[in-house]
Every structure is written in C-alpha cells, then in structure tokens.
Design a protein. Structure first.
Length: 68
C-alpha cells in the first residue's frame, strides 16, 4: 500500500509539473480523474467489505445466529 501511495504522489507531481505545458481544462480533467480513481481505490474496497459484513450479520440475525 505505501508503494502505491508513492506512485500516486509521483503521478500528481508529474501532472503538476506539466501543468504549464497543457491548457487548464486538461489539468482539471486529469485532476478530477485522478481523484475519482483514488476514491475508488481507497474507499471502494472498504465500502464493499463493510456492506458484505453488514449483509452477513443481517442474515445471521434472521436465522437466530448473532455470533458473526
């Protein structure tokens, strides 16, 4: 995970560095795309596992088992 964060920071630094060579609209689109991908990477997995555990708990409670 830390190596992934380093790669993301490097990518952001490169984009910030090339901002002067590209129009502002290109920079904003790229920035938003990066943020979007980042949010999927960071929160997508957590949300998915959280939801599945909630569903599993609800199923267990339905059957009278509350140990999971």
């Amino acid at each position: 995970m830390p190596s992934m964060l380093i790669k993301i920071f490097v990518a952001v630094a490169l984009i910030l560095g090339t901002r002067t060579y590209f129009p502002a609209s290109f920079y904003t689109i790229t920035g938003f795309t990066l943020l979007f991908l980042l949010s999927i990477l960071l929160f997508g997995r957590k949300r998915a596992t959280h939801d599945s555990s909630k569903i599993a708990t609800a199923e267990a409670m339905k059957h009278g088992r509350t140990d999971g």
